[in-house]
Design a protein around this ligand. Sequence first.
Ligand code: GUN
Ligand code: ZN
Length: 436
Amino acid sequence: MTNQKLLCGQVLTYSGDPFVGAWQDAVHVNSSGGVLIRDGVIEAIGNAATLQATHPDAQVTQYGEKLILPGFVDAHVHYPQTGIIASWGKRLIDWLNTYTFPEEMRFGDPAYAAEIAGRYLDLTLSNGTTTVCSYATIHPESVDAIFEAALARGQRVVAGKTCMDRNAPDGLRDTAQSAYDDSLALIEKWHGVERAHYAITPRFSPTSTVEQLETLGALWAKRPEVLMQTHLSEQVDEIEWAKGMYPDARDYLDTYEAYGLLGERGIYGHSIHMEPREMDRLSEVGGAVVHCPTSNTFIGSGLFDMAAMKARSIPVGLATDTGGGSSFSMLRTMAAAYEIAQLRGVALHASQLLWLATAGSARSLHLQDHIGSLKVGNDADLCILDLASTPAIAQRSTRATDVWEAIFPTLMMGDDRAIADVWVQGQLINKVQQEP
Ligand code: GUN
Ligand code: ZN
């Protein structure tokens, strides 16, 4: 019995970044392509007929006109906010105090954390997302829960304990010392175990004291191989609040830089209202930003400036920002990214949107040599898209005169019905029916 598998269909590959130069030079769709998988890894990519002839023992799955692409990579989420997604009527600070903090308080209970972590990963898998980079809560148990749920599903996941020692309610604050100790213990417990990656996670500068930011900066200096994630310049009120709390800082980014929390492995969520110095500095250092378009409209934050980031070659990931974002779907997220770019006068191409949701996000997490693109040696984490999943989409895609016109309606109008199959490490995932 062979352990080789061959998936045949329309195969999407990139030879470069479609934001650099002409997108046509960076992307290729092979309409009769094949992806050969062995031991959970991509072994070969090519024409289906050739691969079938040279590997006659491989188990074949025929996907016809469906699109075979990497599993989506969601570069900024809060899995503990699954239960409060789509909460009405608040902007960032009130939204945190009203909905988020009371819910996050519940994650000291390991059973509750495990229930939500499992539910979250099943929901995102059914939307074609195979890797997420998640904030947990201040409770170490909440980090164990997401890594254990990922381990059970064979998934590559990035996560970290959220650190907050001020401006959060009783029961949801740690201290500078406990944030350091707990984060270090979690790095030692989880980082590099199977497919687990740790990110040091100060929530944002308004919820940390200077002492806590300094302590976490020292931890990152001691363990520079891990990632560091936080929030940056999301809402105008928040920026004023942060600057008021750190009067010596030149700008919001400086509230991190001053304490050792700016670096190449740093991931800065939202990054909407950026001053030129902040973008220039990020570009110099090589840190990544993450675009969270459904969140940025849902909480009323603002319009991310993709062109300014790309002009400076700043790595950009794409994310749902569950539960500030209003969807678990990276398809819906690509649609929102398209709409926001349109409001800024830029029409992102389908190849660029798909790149952001896969290779771009993987790059922002420094995981491009494992996930986010169909290349030999990468993990066989795949998503199969049905380009005619609803009557509304089908009636549009059948008029298409080329493959991009066939793909675009699914990016704009698709949801979990468009996800035909999901593969994680070369294993087909059975869709989990969620209890209502
Ligand atoms: N800024 C600080 N915490 C959060 C959060 O949980 N969600 C969002 N969208 N922004 C934040
Ligand atoms: Zn966030």
